[in-house]
Ligand binder design. Sequence first.
Ligand code: ATP
Length: 237
Amino acid sequence: MSDPILTVADLRVSYGRVEAVRGVSFEAARGSLVTLVGANGAGKSSVINAVSGMLRPAGGRITFEGADITRTPAHKLVARGLVQVPEGRQILATLTIDENLRMGAWHAGGTAQSTIDAMYDRFPVLAERRALPAGSLSGGEQQMLAIARALVARPTVMLMDEPSMGLAPKIVDEVFRVIEEIRASGTTVVLVEQNARRALRAADHGYVLQSGAVVRSGPAAELLADERIVEAYLGVD
Ligand code: ATP
């Protein structure tokens, strides 16, 4: 690959004696949208949590912007532009929407008010309710808040774990529209999804995970076009 911004080589993640990730390698070209797809339990979340510094890998090497970040903790990576939108959104339900966005800015070492204002322009539903507790938002709105909170850190690489999980189809469309916009603005996106077809339609490159290993990879359109892959690994949706 000509200019990978993120490279993961032979990554291993274990929980006690459970080997959840057994030598996963992938890379993301600068400005691209890469997706890791696979069934429940394939190891997708473990991979992305290791990349974002939320959990410590048992082995392998992760390189971001040419630097080894294999053991760099999450808060340092956020300040360097590698930011994760966690699975299950994990917004702070009792804090207001505005406070949630400020927390995102604070984690990134402070962000200008104009960056937060830009989020309100982009997500009018958040602007209207900025003084309300985040827990009062619907599931889709909470996902938008989680994305906006990551964006105030001005990421160069955004990692997203199952952003469509538990959302109604119309809201899933909206979430994917936002993901594609983020990518169009130049941010590299690494997207973990069980909704494989949907993710591959949006992605440039895809990796199919099964039992903690990459079983197929390639241009997303090629993976989607291969009936055998779709049948064997991607299931119905
Ligand atoms: P999901 O969509 O369910 O999140 P996934 O593909 O993201 O699936 P992981 O969550 O990474 O998969 O899980 C991979 C394997 O590791 C599974 O067998 C899971 O049971 C196991 N696992 C995950 N987290 C833990 C943990 N904290 N302790 C023990 N085992 C775990």
